[in-house]
Unconditional design. Structure first.
Length: 366
């Protein structure tokens, strides 16, 4: 999109001063993001300017309604604890129509957040201490939302972690084979068919009332938490599009899948891909320390299974998207979704091999 059109859209929001700079931020699989700088009285202030992907989020109004409710609740909790709600929680900037979004002439949805200064994100974990801090951040996020009424939240992506549905979507992709790719990934397809029972186990327990629903983030990647420049401690959980009722074990599992992987998410040399035990221990310590007295012992026992299930689930989604022609997850090169799927499959295999170790670590906190 050209600069004139971007300027017009940005000016629909209540931002003080003049726009001095617009830079694209190349990150994430779903939304298109820019960093916008606004200057007033010689003072420059950055903001995060972003589209909401309508292909992924069918009802962007509900996404933003959820985010407004959750951030309002979090800011109150942070203030009561003596924290800084402007740095420790996302701030939504309203449009001149007093809405948390703006719809452009093409029907695209846009939103703006205040940019949290003196913070950074990390795509690849460098030390166990970093991950322990992130664990505390995500655990604290869940804990602060423990008393938020789940009935007020919409399901922004219905059945998001319903692995039975995800497996059926993979089978549909194989059956349709719209791009003629299925025959080339027969071994990968068989990998998931053999693991159907374990993949569906947590959803089955939730439906049977054996696992409670909680307000969860549902996308707990390490780069979805801001780190304080000065303290190097977890500061603010971001990317709240999928905050909705879910399972605590899924949030734990998704974080392990992303951060305790020894390699990047699309690593092509699978010999580099395995579960990093030290990173697993670090995140587990941080996450569970914030949830003491909040989650049940059964939830803690099932966290290793949550890591395996969520890794298998995402791997199946990457594979289905590859078969469908890469229509969901953004790619930056041909075959990237297949590489992502294979990487997650290798990580899942490593988790299977190390399941006794994973259980031993989590059960230390019972």
């Amino acid at each position: 999109m050209n600069t004139d059109k971007l300027n017009k859209i940005i000016k629909a929001f209540c931002l003080p001063g003049e726009i001095t700079d617009i830079k694209p931020i190349v990150t994430g699989h779903i939304n298109t993001t820019y960093r916008v700088t606004v200057e007033e009285n010689g003072i420059k202030k950055p903001y995060t300017f972003q589209t909401i992907n309508k292909y992924v989020f069918k009802n962007p109004e509900l996404v933003m309604d959820n985010i407004l409710k959750v951030t309002t609740h979090l800011k109150k909790k942070i203030s009561e604890a003596g924290g800084d709600p402007e740095r420790e929680c996302l701030t939504v900037i309203m449009s001149h129509d007093n809405l948390p979004y703006y719809i452009d002439e093409n029907g695209e949805y846009w939103r703006v957040y205040s940019f949290v200064d003196d913070s950074y994100t990390v795509d690849v974990v460098e030390t166990p201490a970093q991950l322990e801090s992130a664990g505390r951040g995500f655990g604290r996020f869940q804990q602060m939302l423990a008393d938020f009424p789940m009935s007020e939240l919409a399901e922004t992506i219905p059945s998001f972690h319903d692995t039975e549905l995800r497996l059926s979507q993979l089978e549909e992709a194989v059956a349709e084979d719209r791009c003629g790719r299925a025959s080339s990934v027969a071994d990968e397809i068989d990998f998931f068919r053999k693991r159907k029972e374990v993949m569906c186990s947590l959803v089955k327990m939730q439906k049977e009332g054996k696992l409670p629903l909680r307000v969860t983030h549902n996308d707990t990647k390490f780069n979805n938490i801001l780190i304080d420049n000065k303290t190097n401690e977890a500061l603010c959980v971001i990317d709240l599009d999928t905050v909705m009722p879910g399972l605590s074990v899924h949030d734990f599992g998704d974080a392990i899948r992303f951060a305790a992987n020894s390699a990047e998410e699309d690593e092509t040399n699978l010999e580099k891909v395995y579960l990093d035990k030290e990173l697993y221990k670090a995140f587990t310590k941080g996450f569970i320390s914030e949830l003491a007295g909040f989650v049940t012992d059964e939830e803690i026992r099932l966290m290793p299974l949550g890591a395996l299930v969520i890794t298998l689930e995402l791997a199946s989604r990457f594979l289905a998207d590859y078969i469908n022609g890469d229509v969901y997850f953004k790619i930056h090169r041909d075959g990237q979704n297949l590489d992502r799927a294979r990487c997650q499959m290798k990580l899942a295999s490593s988790m299977e091999e190390n399941m006794d170790f994973m259980k031993k670590i989590t059960e230390e906190y019972l």
